[in-house]
Design a protein around this ligand. Structure first.
Ligand SMILES: Cc1ncc(C[n+]2csc(CCOP(=O)(O)OP(=O)(O)O)c2C)c(N)n1
Ligand SMILES: [Mg+2]
Length: 755
């Protein structure tokens, strides 16, 4: 069987060739000299062996290195020198052979916490593993932010993982989509000065494979099935590896998986190559991975290798398997231990003799001992808050800098917010070939022939915000996603990590929740948790809000505060056409992930229309707009409450002779504290108004900070105007009472004016 070309063991593991270390070839030679078994001795012609003896010895060395690294980490944990341990024990044969079948720094990797063997086979070092165990400043994966066993290496293309089971599957799908996209659009690799692409070189080869692994228990997650389904449907070069150790912590496989075996359940997905193997047998695994990788490289579709492995060390060091697995079961499993079995195989086949094994193991033990020792003396991370907060956002591109602001080059008639968002998308897609637009219903028409034959006009979004994009830029750049919100955001993460600029749409804010995991635990965290190693500057556009008359519970929700409470993601919420255009352009050019809220009620409002401002109009994030000047009182607000606050302010001027200043925040994270402070210092009275519910709302933070920092400027208590603490009801008379109306803002102004 032809082996995929992989960097040699020596290139991946320089330590092997260091002085005092024998190379695998030397161990093989030495062992042959000792061997009594001439015919099968290493160095002799061994055409009946499944692979070159050096390769088999290297597999054993890596398996043993993986096991010993775990063993050493367990000792360190017991000595309280490290703080967590989860092992790859029992998974080594499957993972090492996976690593050797793939190309580090060429293919892409989305592993999970059992993949020590893969990580070592790809070229990470035991010292790097221990630096993560101790949480060192020099931990190359995360600088002390992530637990051990969260392998990460930009150089090797090992993408920063979280601890969430299954989220990695959708990211791998996005990464594979990027591979196909870049092969079709090589011009997208170009870098431009002055936007995010300047800082993200893109590499692609046309036949790279994306590896993702998962435990058998975690295949119960919906995100796994979404990933399988999309990879199958789009024929993506994703190599899925299911590491089936029979347990998810204490839950046996038959509880998670109908029939107790995932393979037959998957068998009908089209375009896949499936392999089910004894994952404790490296020879069987080698064959399985060779076939699976070849299928992916040839762009025939995805592959899945289901390996049956063991779990000798319980789930983690915090788990005691004796509580739920009887002695007999653990004993039977021990007989399948991959390291012991493969050692016996090498001896039996005469590939290594006892002295050769001893020499190899001694060398590995020494390597592990030295690596651990060095890590224990590594510097700890800085505890300065500024250092802790580093890499939450891009250090290369500051989307708040004042110099981004441009003057509109206005021309033509007033246009709606919907028009100017659509115009911005057209402009930026023309400028930036890395932009890919997708989501539910965003395409003009998935069945292209209907468009080509001019049988249909095309849809372009339920609110028509993306209308005409597919017609202008083609179906590889603008396409409908499957109806799966976690997948929309997870794929965005994977594409953005590869250097694309995904612009995804969540159809209604009310349905963002399936994507919450990907937004909260993934998109916003990629840069910080990898200590700046990876970034995912995707833009997620989300129609939001009520005042729709009949929108009811599931088409009227707000909840932006849940995302302003998530570090790492920019949150933008324009109130009018011009701001929407300028802020969206900043979002598309910047280097951070952005959640771009578009108020549905404002899409086509007469208020807030503006002429098209030109293809380079930008507004920096974190700069509020004074929507109305006033000297007596300030209303701080955003979104649909801007026009409502303006109505209330006009009435207050007319009826009460009170001049109200209205500050439109425009972006909620970051927000313009300076503008708030300046206005409050001038008016000494302040109302914070928003559409979302009152309690725990966005206004609570602003009001608290005003109380803390601007107390001396206040002539009256800070007031908040917001929705009732409930969802928006269907019947308009109920909606009118639940959501804050201009009348309510007016009453608050009137009350405050009395002070
Ligand atoms: C989304 C999510 N839910 C729960 C957990 C807690 N958890 C961590 S590992 C694990 C079991 C995973 O079992 P399996 O997928 O079989 O992998 P294994 O640990 O056996 O290799 C659970 C429940 C988590 N990390 N993420
Ligand atoms: Mg398991």
């Amino acid at each position: 069987m032809a082996h995929t070309a992989v960097p040699s063991a020596e290139t991946r593991h320089k330590s092997v060739a260091e002085p005092g270390h024998e190379s695998v070839a030397e161990i093989s030679q030495n062992s042959a000299a000792h061997s009594q078994n001439g015919a099968k001795a290493a160095g002799a012609p061994v055409s009946f062996l499944p692979a070159a003896p050096e390769k088999l010895i290297e597999i054993y060395r890596l398996m043993f290195l993986s096991r010993r690294t775990d063993d050493r980490e367990i000792i360190l944990k017991n000595q309280q020198k490290v703080f967590f341990q989860i092992s790859g024990a029992g998974h080594e044969a499957l993972l090492v052979t996976a690593g050797l079948a793939l190309r580090p720094g060429y293919d892409w990797f989305f592993p999970y916490y059992r993949d020590r063997g893969l990580s070592l086979a790809l070229g990470t070092t035991p010292e790097e593993h221990f630096l993560q165990s101790v949480g060192a400043a020099t931990d190359t994966a995360s600088g002390g932010r992530q637990m051990p066993s969260h392998w990460t290496s930009p150089q090797l293309h090992i993408v920063t993982p979280s601890s969430s089971t299954a989220t990695q599957c959708l990211q791998a799908v996005g990464c594979a989509e990027a591979a196909l996209y870049l092969a079709e659009h090589p011009e997208a690799a170009a870098q431009r000065e002055g936007d995010y692409s300047q800082f993200h070189a893109v590499d692609f080869h046309g036949d790279e494979v994306v590896y993702v692994s998962i435990g058998e228990g975690s295949t119960s997650q919906g995100e796994f099935w979404e990933a399988i389904s999309i990879a199958s449907n789009r024929k993506l070069p994703v190599l899925f590896v299911v590491e089936d150790n029979g347990y998810a912590i204490s839950v046996p496989v038959e509880v998670n998986t109908p029939g107790g075996n995932i393979s037959p359940l998957l068998a009908n997905f089209p375009n896949f190559h499936f392999e089910e193997v004894d994952g404790t047998d490296p020879i069987a695994c080698l064959h399985a991975f060779d076939a699976a990788v070849a299928h992916c490289r040839a762009r025939k579709g995805p592959a899945l290798v289901h390996g049956h492995v063991t779990r000798p060390y319980a789930h983690s060091l915090s788990d005691d398997a004796k509580l739920y697995r009887p002695e007999s079961e653990r004993h039977d499993e021990a007989l399948r231990d991959p390291v012991q079995k493969f050692q016996a195989y090498l001896l039996r086949e005469g590939i290594l003799d006892a002295a050769g094994i001893a020499q190899l193991e001694k060398q590995v033990d020494e390597e592990v001992r030295v690596a651990a020792e060095r890590a224990l003396h590594a510097p700890l991370p800085s505890t300065q808050p500024s250092a802790i907060l580093r890499h939450q956002y891009s250090e290369d591109y500051d989307p708040t800098r004042a110099s981004l602001a441009t003057e509109p080059v206005s021309s033509g008639p007033d246009r709606t917010m919907a028009d100017l968002i659509n115009a911005c998308l057209h402009d930026e897609m023309r400028r930036d070939p890395r932009i890919v637009v997708f989501g539910e219903d965003v395409a003009d028409c998935s069945r292209e022939e209907y468009l080509e034959q001019k049988q249909v006009k095309g849809k372009g979004g339920v609110f028509k915000l993306t209308a005409g994009l597919q017609c202008e830029f083609g179906s590889s750049r603008v396409f409908n996603s499957s109806l799966a919100e976690a997948a929309i955001v997870g794929r965005s993460v994977g594409m953005a990590v590869r250097g694309l600029k995904p612009v995804a749409e969540i159809q209604f804010f009310d349905y963002i929740w399936p994507a919450m995991h990907q937004l909260r635990n993934e998109l916003s965290l990629i840069r910080w948790r990898s200590n700046g190693g990876f970034a995912a500057p995707a833009v997620i556009r989300v129609p939001i809000g009520g005042y729709l008359t009949g929108g009811a519970i599931y088409h009227s929700q707000s909840g932006e505060v849940l995302f302003t409470h998530t570090p790492g993601i920019r949150v933008v919420f324009p109130s009018n056409a011009l701001d929407a255009n300028g802020l969206l352009r900043t979002a598309l050019r910047c280097d951070d992930p952005v959640l771009f809220f578009e108020h549905k009620r404002l899409y086509r409002e007469t208020w807030g229309r503006a002429p098209y401002p030109g293809p380079d109009y930008m507004i920096p994030f974190g700069k509020a707009r004074t929507a109305r000047e006033g000297k007596d009182l300030t209303v701080i607000t955003y979104g649909a409450l801007v026009p409502r606050a303006l109505q209330a302010a006009q009435r207050a001027a007319r009826e009460l002779n009170v001049e109200t200043e209205v500050i439109d925040l425009r972006s909620l994270n970051p927000y313009d504290w300076e503008a708030i402070a300046t206005s409050v210092a001038k008016t000494n009275k302040v109302i914070v108004a928003h559409e979302d519910m009152l309690s725990w709302g966005y206004g609570a933070e602003i009001a608290a900070r005003i109380g803390e920092e601007l107390f001396d400027s206040l002539d009256a208590p800070v007031r908040r105007v917001a929705a009732l603490d409930t969802f928006v009801a269907y019947q308009p008379v109920l909606e009118d009472v639940i959501l804050p109306q201009p009348e309510k803002i007016y009453q608050a102004i009137a009350d405050l004016a009395k002070y």
